[in-house]
Design a protein around this ligand. Structure first.
Ligand code: ADP
Ligand code: MG
Length: 271
């Protein structure tokens, strides 16, 4: 089991070869540098938060880790293997959930989970389907048509799909974006639980500072494709000389300011 200190002061006891290593990752769409020389790693059992305003490059970075987008430059190494050479082998041991991609809407919930479970060759699939539905507290939706679910229910179904194969590396792109505070809280607890119980390594993008404070061990702050800072929540506050991550987020989003905020009045957010 991995020691966990609620997002601050985290020291990973598994400091060895990282599960995910992203090096100088870059993606240009024409003139737009969506991701610009990004380097970070995630250790086994760690939850890393990828933060940044809309357009910062989070989804593009995640899509390169999934091999959906080919980098303009740089490399992605997962489980010690280069993604560009061992994509299928790596993807079998990973999974992914985004609020913005839905499962086929014409299938029932259990049918969707069966199809994806078979794709991942999940052993004992009927039992696992019941387990993940229970974990996300949507067992009662098992026979519903997926396209008729509410946004929050659909996101939870997507999370069920992402947990089916007990992924060693889980990528979550804004998993709480469409959820009410109660369900968002449940999702955060599930994320923390699977890390505790299965040492799952998780890359988590979010706009929700509460997600980050409660769930992530370290954060990578991105702005306009670049990494501004990597550290624990506490180190981030110290670096930016702010009192809350929300203040850091707003300041970075408005001005892209990357220097410590010397001289700022207590509690004031820079314009
Ligand atoms: N397929 C694409 N073609 C052109 N520009 C893109 C494409 N995908 C993303 N971008 C641009 O890259 C930047 C980063 O986008 P994205 O990775 O979606 O940011 P985030 O997930 O942080 O909101 C944005 O300026 C966006 O418009
Ligand atoms: Mg995004």
């Amino acid at each position: 089991m991995v020691a966990h200190q609620g997002g601050t002061g985290y020291e990973n006891p598994f400091m060895s070869e990282p599960i995910l290593q992203v090096t100088d990752l870059t993606k240009a769409f024409g003139d737009v540098m969506s991701v610009d020389g990004v380097t970070f790693d995630i250790q086994k059992g760690e939850i890393l938060g990828l933060l940044g305003a809309n357009g910062a490059g989070k989804t593009t970075a995640i899509n390169m880790v999934l091999g959906i987008i080919t980098p303009t430059k740089g490399s992605v190494t997962v489980f010690g293997k280069d993604l560009s050479h061992s994509r299928i082998e790596i993807l079998r041991r990973m999974n992914f959930c985004s609020t913005y991609t839905q499962l086929p809407g014409n299938l029932r919930v259990w049918q969707n989970l069966k199809v994806f479970g078979k794709l991942y060759r999940v052993p004992d699939l009927p039992k696992r389907i019941d387990e993940v539905l229970e974990m996300l507290e949507i067992s009662h939706l098992k026979n519903r048509v997926s396209g008729e679910l509410s946004a929050g229910e659909g996101t939870r179904l997507n999370l069920c799909k992402a947990l089916l194969n007990r992924p060693e590396l889980l990528l979550l792109d804004e998993p709480t974006a469409s959820l009410d505070p109660d369900i968002a809280d449940k999702v955060r607890k599930v994320v923390s639980r699977i890390r505790e119980e299965e040492s799952t390594t998780i890359l988590y993008t979010s706009h929700n500072m509460r997600d980050v404070e409660e769930v992530c061990d370290r954060v990578v702050f991105m702005h306009k494709g670049k990494v501004l800072f990597i550290g624990t929540a506490e180190e981030t506050l110290h670096h930016f000389e702010e009192e809350s991550l929300e203040d850091v987020f707003i300041r970075v989003a408005r001005s892209g300011e990357i220097k410590p905020n010397r001289g700022k009045q207590k509690g004031e957010v820079s314009k």
